[in-house]
Structure formats: structure tokens, C-alpha cells
Design a protein around this ligand. Sequence first.
Ligand SMILES: Nc1nc2c(ncn2[C@@H]2O[C@H](COP(=O)(O)OP(=O)(O)OP(=O)(O)O)[C@@H](O)[C@H]2O)c(=O)[nH]1
Ligand SMILES: [Mg+2]
Length: 453
Amino acid sequence: MVMEGLGKSLRSVLGRVSGASQVDEELVKDICKDLQRALLEADVNVRLVLEVTNNVKERALNEKPDTGGSMKNHVTKIIYEELVKLVNNGEGLQLKPQTIMMVGLYGQGKTTTTGKLAMYFTKKGFSVGLIGADVYRPAALDQLKQLGEKVGVDVYGEPGETDAAGIVARGKEKFKDKKIIIIDTSGRHALEDDLIDEIKKIAKVAQPDERILVLDSQVGQQAGPQAEAFHNAVGVTGVILTKMDGTSKGGGAISAIQKTNARIVFLGVGEHIRDLEDFDAKRFISRLLGMGDLSALVQLASEQIDDQEEMERLAKNLMSGRFTLNDMYAQMSAMGKMGTLDKIMSLIPGMSGMGDKIDFEATQKRLNVFRVIMDSMTPEEKNDPSLIKAKRIERIAAGAGVSAHDVRELLKQYTNSKKMMTSVGKDRKVRKQFMKQMGGVDMDALKELQGSE
Ligand SMILES: Nc1nc2c(ncn2[C@@H]2O[C@H](COP(=O)(O)OP(=O)(O)OP(=O)(O)O)[C@@H](O)[C@H]2O)c(=O)[nH]1
Ligand SMILES: [Mg+2]
């Protein structure tokens, strides 16, 4: 499988759910098979795979969707929740005096992350000492010293010394008054016996409370074997996934935590020492599944949209190329409720920048005027505003007690909206996204997803 295979195959499982015309037992079973395949290919332990898929099956068939929620959202939500459980392997690093040893292959981010952790613990009020035990790469100690300087913590190292375990022993002695000691070790391009021997020796001397595997999130399928090798050597207790600011969605991490039975403690999200993020299983899975920033979307939605039916109708009309004044009204009022369209669009993968900025208050005011004007129209006119010419404009304005200018404003707005909506409707990919987000997704179910937080 290609890199990021897991995220991709999981997204295709969800795609099958949302693309199905009907969710029945047959489909649930089929989807569970796909889910099984996806997880097994990611090296997830067979027992756990069965647990996940059995839970999904059992819950999908027996639990009732939330009131008003669709079966599709119900199943999507269950898959999401079971995956969250799968990566939720325990708490982050404890705030107590401890020795932490960093391990990982070349360039994964060990040294950078050592600096980030130093900053993290310093901020929490702990005294921190760093030990540079990378005797493999000549510049390694300087890199660590620079980081130590930035954070304002002491760094112990012995330039030219080749016995890493010896450095660690002396460093621990030197830092015996420090609450937190973090040991940076060397990496290799590939798993090699001398690296494994070295970190075993270091671990023996250091007796670290935490053995943290630093893993570049781009590693993908290689994550499993790497994690396993380090785990066999020193017993990995935690994983930090780095470079999550890149394009990778971190699918390989699931294999890594399965192989080590460890938990993910942090995510590295940039080159700067500040770029360390607490691991949040829900956010992580949302990202892996390509659901955009679900929690942000849900927050917006909870500010309220209840006219799901309206949106579904609108989305359907869009598909058929129809767009009436009533549609525009529904669309505007839904957007008014949700804040700015722009904000929403930016949360949907592939849709950022699609929306015009719509001011909530101004929208409400205009809507009130539009409502009055539309009440003076015949159903025929509302369905086909192109019928409305000069004479009708006069009549409608008089009936609504507004100026002809106001009526023209409404018609102009309609023409613009229609243009935008038909351009959305024409692009198949965009239309699918739009349908999914506006029509197919039950906002209540989304809210529910985050409800337990
Ligand atoms: N964008 C981004 N870059 C990162 C992150 N973490 C580390 N890097 C970069 O990755 C590169 C390698 O990081 P190092 O910390 O030197 O990796 P290492 O594991 O210590 O490498 P060796 O000591 O050579 O084995 C550097 O250019 C870092 O700036 C991250 O979370 N995001
Ligand atoms: Mg390094």
C-alpha cells in the first residue's frame, strides 16, 4: 500500500457509507469488511480489528440514530467513535520529576522535539537538564546546545566522546538536582544493530521513566516495523508524531501505537520549539478521515442550524440546476444562522475561499425586507423571477410598502446567488462536497460527536 494508505482507505469506507442509497445490514457488513482490511493492512492487531469491527456492526445495527438523524450519519459517527477509541491509549506525559529518553531513526525530529519538551516542562515550572547522547553526528551536540540556549536550560555533552552510555551516566550525575532530564540519542538511516545496541546500553544506564519514540508522520507504512524494533529494544512508552504540519495525516501512527501498545503523547506541528500540540484523539481521527476540523465546524453549527430539511431541499435543487427565490431565501437564512459562509467553507476540505463573506446582522436585516417583498409576489414569480419586469416591480413594491429600488436589490441578489450556485452545481467535485456538507450531514449528529467533550 502507498503512504497514508490507512487514512485513504478509511476515507473510502466513509465514502461508501455516504454514497450508499440505503444503509442496511448488508451494507454495514460490507463496510465492516472494508474496515477490517484497512486496519489489518495498517498492522493493527487482529484482535483489536475484530473488536472495532464487531463494535461497529453491533452498534450500527442495534443503536437507533438520534432523533431526526439519518442512518448514514449514524454509521459514520459510530465508525468515527470506534476509531477514536482505538488511538486513545492513555494520558500524555505526567507532570512529575522524571527521566525521558528520546529514540527514533535519522531526521525524525528527536533533537527538535527534545527542545520542545524542555520548553514544555520549563513552562510548567520544572527544572530541566538535557543530555546530548548523539555521538554519531558531529553537529548534534551544537544543535541541542542552541535549543537549550533558546529555552534557557542546561545541556550536558562531551564533544568527541564516543561512549554514549558513559555520557548519559555522567550527565545524570551532573543533573541529579534537575526535576526533568531529557536524553537526546542518535538516529540512523535504517534500523541497524549498532543503533539498537547503543540505545539499549543508554536505557540501562539512564533507567528512563519514559522511552519516547519520535516518528515523522510522513513515514506511513514503515511506522509499524520501526516502532516494533525500538519497542523490542527499550520498551517504548510513548510516541510523538512530528511534522503534522505537513500534508501527512498520520495514518502510520496507528500501526506504531499498536506495535508498542504505547500512547501518542504529543504532536509536532512545526520547526519552532513552540510547535508542540497535545494529542487529542478526536481531532486526530477527524483529520485522518478528512472530516476537516470537525470540532470547529460543530461549534459553528451549534450556534445554530436546525433547518436541515431546508438545506437538503436546497442541495437537491442545486443538483437539478433549479434555484428559486425561495431557495435563495432559505440559503440566506441558513447562512445567517451559521455566521459567515466563508468561515464554514474554510473548514471544509477543498472548499476554502469558495464563500462570499456574509455579515450576519446585515443579512438578517436584508432578509426581513426580502421576506416582505416576497410575500407580495405570486408563487409563479417566486419560482421564476425572470418574469418580474418593470410593471410587476411597481406592483410588488407598492404591495410590500418598499421602493422599487428594494425590489431590484432583491432581484440582483437573486441573480448573483444563482450564478454562484450554478457554478457550484456545475463542478462535480465541488457539488459533491457541498451536498455532503450542506445536505447530507446531520448537524445534530456532528454536535453529538463532540458532545462528550
Ligand atoms: N515542519 C516540521 N519540521 C520538523 C518538526 N520536527 C522536526 N522538524 C524538522 O525536521 C528536521 C530533523 O529534525 P531533528 O530534530 O534534527 O531530527 P533528529 O531525529 O534529531 O535527527 P538526527 O539527530 O539526525 O537523527 C529538522 O529540519 C527539523 O526542523 C515538525 O514538527 N514540523
Ligand atoms: Mg538529532
